[in-house]
Ligand binder design. Sequence first.
Ligand code: ADP
Ligand code: MG
Length: 392
Amino acid sequence: MNKKTIKDVDVNGKRALVRVDFNVPMENGEVTDDRRIRAALPTIQYLLDHGAAVILMSHLGRPKDAPDPKYQLDAAGVRLSELLGRPVTKLNDTIGPEVKSAVMAMKPGDVILLENTRFYKQEKKNDPGFSEQLAELGEVYVNDAFGSAHRAHASTAGVTDTLRPAVAGFLLEKEIEYLGGALSNPGHPFIAIMGGAKISDKISVIENLLSKVDGLLIGGGMANTFFVAQGHSVGKSLVEEEAIDTAKKLLAEYGDKLILPVDCTIAPEFKADAEAKVVPVDEVPDGWMILDIGPASIAHFANRLNGAKTVVWNGPMGVFEFPRFAEGTFAIAKVLAELDGATTIIGGGDSAAAVEQSGLAEKMSHISTGGGASLEFLEGKVLPGVAALDDK
Ligand code: ADP
Ligand code: MG
């Protein structure tokens, strides 16, 4: 990792302005899943233990560039206070004279949570004036919001124009170490698994990974487009006509690395309790659709994963939201969980949710907290929120 982290700077007696990802699911004003808040605790706790006052900023949801009670961060502040076991002062604004005076009165060990950064339209515009008003609040900038690092917003990038040092928190560091390590220095065999609904979202990821991996397993809805490219008929399965040529090109260029399912679980309709049956991939009847990989594919994939030293997985193998069509996804999670001495990395929002549901999350080396950010990273793009930080 070539960026400075909080361990590289002296934070004692300083005000640390920390971008976190408290974009948590909420229902009736309560946080229903506090994983993102817990993921930020090591950084917050480290700063407090080392004599800093901590000013936290985050976005929540998609407010329409103006304050909206539904997207206030109060509940996140309450939950954070419980988890930290110390008071957290939630302010009702993000910038302005009242925020500034509250912040200037802070003592080491104090924690302030600013209001939702996206209540200001200047946040997403990366407005220099707004960035500067945020920057004035801190003496050190820390970014620990990997999930927002692919956005050049005021709180993720603009602040660093006037506030240095600018360093990574532990969560951001871990993300870059795992994802970056897989891309730049993977243990071999390096196998990638791609799935999910659409191939068009992920063509750049597939292309970038194909140049680095020893094998790429394709499942999920995106496999259908490859089947069509091979000349199979897939009934009424999800297919992206406009991506068939790309699939053909990839098969021609990387045929030896691309590994496709050999059988699939099909259904006559897209429903949780639809009739399910298993057929070889070249025998999908008209009127049926592929909703999961089949048992022979699971065995085939498990065989290719055997002995792998690095595995990157993005995209479920089937419609795992329906238990009847979740078997392929959960079976692959189990194969990964049982690999010996392998680094296993899960990227993508739905993939992370599927692995959590499988109960095997603890067995993975790293589950990325950033859906879109992890995909952009795997495409080989430079994330603006990372680029903005101080080099080591
Ligand atoms: P991630 O968020 O991990 O990047 P995606 O968003 O690309 O993953 O894809 C997840 C979605 O793909 C899930 O909602 C799942 O139901 C859907 N999916 C997987 N396989 C199929 C399939 N064969 N047909 C239709 N949808 C599928
Ligand atoms: Mg998704």
